[in-house]
Design a protein. Structure first.
Length: 421
């Protein structure tokens, strides 16, 4: 005959109205399975011993809808636990370090699969997660005695003792935050060592029985100590790596900043050609002939060059803005993530910002020189060509004046007159 299972007992416990005191109650028979389980318990010695449950009336007369008195004791421990309260559950062997696989709590009718999870059980499971984390930081966990043992300049024992009153007041948010710090495997050994030191420093001066409760009541302080310790470790551990990354970023930014001028280097070399040299190529023109229109083409070319140069300067200005924003973002991230050592690298970012500022001023200067040069070439054009506006509108007064024949000047009268013979 198969052994009795705890699930069968749960089917009975759920419908028992337990007396406030003692080990008796009234069972409401609602299913055929309940009657079969009771008859199995009454007829099989092993099942009776495992269940520690008996009907106080004649089991042969059981029927659905009947209410019978039963004696309910604790079942075999390996089968499961029947307890009056969560406090009683915590008093069972190893229950403070691991949740029993099968149990039924009379107060609240709680079992492992109860949904939604009662607040006390949710807090209980959070504490078990903390115990599991602490066991990794401790030298070892004595499961029989339910004690965490730390070896840190001596032996520090933290008995795992807590009750429902503690569960009701713990900060589950603080537990979640502490557990979150240990989710990834990065520097896991160092984090656990920091946690060990923090626990020992927190409890070593307190009486042994109060230590674990004191930790649970001060999880926020423990969390802050762990975070500070890890930040200090990360700062010292990462200094060389961070410096290398900052230096590499500096070289990359310097190259990008310099490239803003290198990209328009061809245009920069064309500034003298498009301004001063252009002015020197202009020829004096008194008519609207070939020389005039050649001068117009030369000056127009200078202004086209200026327009293209201004477009290139604006593009490089925008590029410098993007680089500057990236530099500021990198600096802010460094100051946030590595505050302890960020001051040692601020000068690098300040130098990059100054370099960006200098290149912006250089672009302004280049644009100003090009504009002045173009205006100079235009001024030279206006001085070398007589009434250039008239040529653009089709009139040519200069040509018209030159085409009219000028009258010859009057000859003066001869001073030598003929004398009469």
């Amino acid at each position: 005959m198969p052994r009795l299972r705890f699930e069968q007992l749960l089917g009975l416990y759920r419908d028992i109205d337990f007396d406030p005191q003692g080990n008796q109650g009234s069972l409401n028979l609602l299913t055929v399975e309940q009657i079969a389980d009771l008859q199995l318990i009454e007829s099989d010695d092993s099942a009776c011993e495992d269940a520690n449950l008996s009907v106080l009336s004649d089991p042969s007369t059981l029927a659905i809808g009947q209410k019978v008195r039963v004696h309910v004791g604790s079942p075999r421990i390996s089968l499961g636990l029947l307890v009056r309260s969560v406090d009683d559950l915590l008093k069972t062997p190893e229950a403070r370090i691991t949740e029993p696989a099968a149990y039924f709590v009379v107060d609240g009718r709680i079992e492992p699969q109860t949904s939604p999870t009662p607040t006390t059980i949710a807090a209980y499971r959070k504490v078990l997660a903390i115990v599991a984390l602490f066991s990794k930081a401790a030298a070892y966990l004595d499961q029989t005695r339910q004690e965490l043992v730390f070896v840190h300049e001596g032996k520090v024992v933290v008995p795992v003792r807590y009750d429902v009153a503690v569960l009701d007041r713990i900060s589950q948010a603080a537990i979640d935050a502490l557990l979150e710090n240990f989710k990834d495997d990065v520097h896991q050994d160092q984090k656990l060592a920091i946690l060990e030191n923090a626990i020992v420093q927190m409890v070593e001066a307190r009486p042994s029985p109060q230590r674990f409760t004191y930790i649970l009541d001060n999880l926020d302080a423990l969390l802050e100590t762990v975070r500070q310790g890890y930040r200090l470790f990360a700062s010292s551990f990462s200094y060389t790596k961070i410096r290398g990354e900052v230096e590499a970023a500096k070289a990359d930014y310097v190259a990008k900043i310099h490239k803003t001028l290198i990209d328009i280097q061809g245009q920069l070399l064309g500034i003298p050609v498009a301004t001063i040299i252009v002015a020197s190529q202009l020829k004096s023109s008194q008519t609207c002939g070939v020389e005039f229109w050649t001068n117009v083409a030369v000056v127009a070319g200078a202004w086209v060059f200026l327009a293209l140069l201004i477009i290139a300067i604006i593009n490089q200005w925008v590029t410098l803005g993007a680089i500057d924003d990236d530099i500021k973002s990198q600096r802010q991230r460094l100051e946030k993530d590595y505050a302890a050592i960020s001051s040692q690298f601020i000068s690098i970012y300040r130098g990059l910002a100054n370099r960006v500022s200098w290149h912006r001023k250089a672009l302004i200067g280049i644009g100003a020189i090009a504009v002045v040069g173009a205006f100079f070439a235009t001024f030279a054009f206006s001085q070398l060509n007589t009434a250039p506006f008239s040529c653009f509108i089709g009139a040519s007064p200069i040509t018209q004046n030159l085409s009219k024949p000028k009258p010859l000047p009057a000859m003066p009268a001869s001073r030598n007159k003929a004398h009469p013979g």
